[in-house]
Design a protein around this ligand. Structure first.
Ligand code: CMC
Length: 382
């Protein structure tokens, strides 16, 4: 195989078709099931977008009410899941905690299901498992943040919508509508993005006829990396390093001289700006006003202008979402778990799609190791 046939990092490779979302870097647009993501973020609650990704259409009021009623039963964590979390060191990364909790939910749900041949489940069973994880993830994230802060867990509230309940369980206060709206928008923007690394991981695992929980656990592992979802956490680390806007230039001089990647900038697909950034930046602006933190805007804008000016590489969604989650009061290490809570919708929609028209994903490799050789003195028996 010629080197030119190899697409390192699968860059530019179209691996399959999907009806779930369309990314168009030329027009800077992102559609979920045909709807521009900006329109969905401005008009829909996050759970209606979850329904859209799973079913292909926005829900009627009755369909959304039925999904909410079914999902509420999964909000409270099973005692075994809490125990699994409680066994972990307090200073383990929340992504490791979340990965373990999802694995525990899967082990409990699949207990007694028999052999590996029975674990995969029907499409209908997997829809229910998707809703289970969608509803349980906020409880896991909130439980984890409070555990690390030595605070008592807060029970979910039935009457609250997804975002209000998430914020309530994390902070124990009725959230302001400004914060709820910004959070809801962030969840919708993070929900789905075609064949990104974690979604592709989920599809690869599903293609072996493994179960949905295994696919999600693998996807969480892929998302943790700072080149992917871990970037929203990493943005806050660089903000902390820089400190204030007047330190941007010397910090960037040093960072670029030592060939550091600047987290929250660049994208494999978008080369002229990430379609999701303007909407998330507008949400960040409302939070900056709400919390009266012009210093955050100053640092954000100065670093953006300086880096884009020097390298022509634009911010991605993690750049505005990191500081937005920080203003809301989430721990920095909890930002990527928030991404998981959103992306569970896209992952599971892709798992269902992969299951419906499966082909084992198994690419080839070109070999450039040693030529065939033999162990000294080895004689085959026959
Ligand atoms: N800081 C500094 N240089 C960069 C950056 C950056 N953030 N992004 C790209 N470059 C440079 C890179 O060094 C390379 O330069 P050269 O050709 O001189 O070696 C060139 O641009 C091409 O970069 P690449 O890494 O080969 O391109 P890619 O398409 O594989 O990278 C990326 C995409 C996201 C991995 C990369 O832009 C990156 O590492 N960004 C920082 C991490 C980040 O923000 N990730 C979040 C991605 S988007 C949302 C998500 O998945 O969560």
């Amino acid at each position: 195989m010629a080197d030119t046939d190899i697409k390192k990092g699968l860059a530019g490779v179209v691996a399959d078709v999907t009806a779930i979302s369309k990314v168009n870097p030329d027009t800077n647009s992102l559609l979920y099931r045909g709807y521009p993501v900006q329109e969905l973020a401005a008009t829909q609650p996050f759970d209606a977008v979850a329904y859209l990704l799973w079913h292909g259409e926005l829900p009627t009021d009755e369909q959304l009410a039925a999904q909410r009623a079914e999902g509420r039963q999964y909000r409270a964590l099973a005692p075994e899941v809490k125990t699994a979390i409680d066994q972990l060191p307090l200073d383990c990364h929340p992504m490791d905690e979340l990965r373990t909790a999802v694995s525990a939910i899967g082990a409990i749900d699949l207990a007694g299901k028999g052999s590996v041949l029975d674990a995969v489940g029907t499409v209908e069973e997997n829809r229910a498992r998707s809703l289970h994880l969608f509803a349980a993830l906020p409880s896991i994230v909130a439980y984890g943040q409070r555990r690390r802060q030595h605070l008592e867990p807060i029970a979910p509230r039935e009457e609250l919508d997804y975002s209000s309940n998430f914020l309530w369980m994390t902070f124990g206060e009725e959230p302001d509508p400004v914060v709820v709206d910004a959070f809801n928008r962030s969840m919708i923007l993070y929900a789905e993005h075609s064949f990104n690394a974690s979604t592709f991981t989920a599809r690869v695992i599903t293609s072996t006829l493994s179960d949905l929980y295994s696919a999600v656990v693998g996807a969480i592992g892929a998302l943790k990396g700072p080149l992917h979802g871990g970037a929203n956490e990493a943005v806050l680390h660089i903000f902390d390093e820089i400190g204030s806007a007047d330190n941007v230039v010397p910090w960037l001089d040093d960072a670029l001289a030592s060939k550091r990647k600047i987290m929250g900038f660049g994208h494999r697909v978008y080369k002229r700006g990430d379609s999701r950034v303007p909407t998330m930046k507008a949400a960040l602006d409302t939070l900056i006003d709400f919390y009266d933190r012009p210093d955050v805007l100053d640092l954000y804008s100065t670093l953006e202008a300086e880096f884009v000016g020097r390298k022509g590489i634009y911010p991605n969604l993690d750049y505005p979402s990191g500081p937005a989650y920080n203003l809301m009061g989430f721990d920095t290490l909890t930002f990527t778990p928030l991404f998981v809570a959103a992306r569970i919708t896209g992952w599971t929609a892709h798992i269902l799609e992969q299951q419906a028209s499966n082909a084992l994903i198994r690419p080839l490799s070109a070999y450039d190791g040693p030529d065939e050789r033999h162990i000294n003195g080895y004689r085959p028996d026959t």
